[in-house]
Design a protein around this ligand. Structure first.
Ligand SMILES: Nc1ncnc2c1ncn2[C@@H]1O[C@H](COP(=O)(O)OP(=O)(O)OP(=O)(O)O)[C@@H](O)[C@H]1O
Length: 252
């Protein structure tokens, strides 16, 4: 039986803009499981990123609770949330925000040193991760402005994983990449997930979504439905058809 890592109850988020309250997430009850590659889909404005930010402690809900393991993260202060993010979460976004004045390797080590003081152990893990994503030593010595978008995104994945997070959050990780480099990034995420890494990814892209084993469809701030695709198998056309049929049913 799968282990629940996240549980939300009545999770709601509202924003006030122009004197009007916009209810973006509406009473979401959700469980996420360890080892899953969960994908969140839905139309633009459905609340996907807002849900991801709430789960990852980057933002706080207006109402409801979010429990991670036994910890109620929706009760944490801003300081508590930053410790939670640092210790448990990894982030991969469309924008990578590497520090331009540091080498690729130092960008990764710097993120690791926030959690672990053992530089030798960090270096070992960084080298393993760089090898896994296909970023060689020459590229590791370069500065962010000297590498391609695809390389930068793979460095971003290494940085996100350097602290061995319990969960990796990805928001449109291939959104700014061309088709081949996007595919490399998806293969990298799939590989880590096969090794047990839990992933939650927001995407509009069918090809990316096909990598997930569980697809949630968000509409107007509520989960309208979900689809189970099973573990990713390369070249499985039925998977694409199943996802496509599900999305059609959801009104995608
Ligand atoms: N900080 C904020 N202040 C005010 N409104 C916000 C804020 N963040 C999000 N919203 C609003 O919440 C709604 C949902 O935004 P969100 O980014 O979660 O949608 P999304 O489903 O991820 O959309 P997209 O696919 O276009 O990225 C939008 O109408 C957006 O304008």
């Amino acid at each position: 039986m799968k282990k629940v890592i996240y549980k939300t109850e009545n999770l709601s988020k509202s924003f006030s803009s122009g004197g009007r309250l916009q209810h973006v997430l509406k009473n979401i009850d959700l469980e996420l499981y360890q080892g899953d590659f969960t994908v969140i889909m839905g139309a633009s404005g459905a609340g996907k990123s807002t849900l991801l930010y709430a789960l990852s402690g980057m933002d706080v809900p207006s109402l409801g609770t979010i429990t991670f393991g036994k910890q109620v993260i929706s009760d944490l202060s801003q300081d508590g949330l930053s410790v939670f993010r640092r210790e448990h979460c990894g982030f991969v976004f469309q924008q990578i925000y590497l520090i331009d004045s540091m080498s690729v390797l130092d960008n990764v080590l710097c993120a690791g040193l926030l959690v672990c003081r053992d530089k030798k152990a960090l270096l070992r893990r960084a080298r393993e991760l760089f090898q896994a994503v296909g970023v060689n030593e020459e590229t590791q010595r370069k500065f962010p402005t000297q590498i391609s978008g695809g390389e930068a995104q793979r460095v971003g994945i290494v940085r996100a994983l350097i602290n061995a997070p319990d969960i990796l959050f990805a928001d449109e990780p291939t959104g700014a990449l061309n088709s081949q480099t996007g595919l490399d990034v998806l293969n990298t995420l799939t590989k880590f997930n096969e090794q047990g890494q839990s992933v939650v990814m927001v995407t509009h892209d069918m090809r990316s979504a096909c990598r997930g084993n569980r697809i949630l469809y968000l509409k107007d701030g509520a989960i309208l439905g979900e689809c189970s695709l099973g573990r990713y198998v390369h070249g499985d056309e039925k998977r694409h058809e199943k996802l496509s049929a599900f999305l059609t049913e959801m009104g995608w």
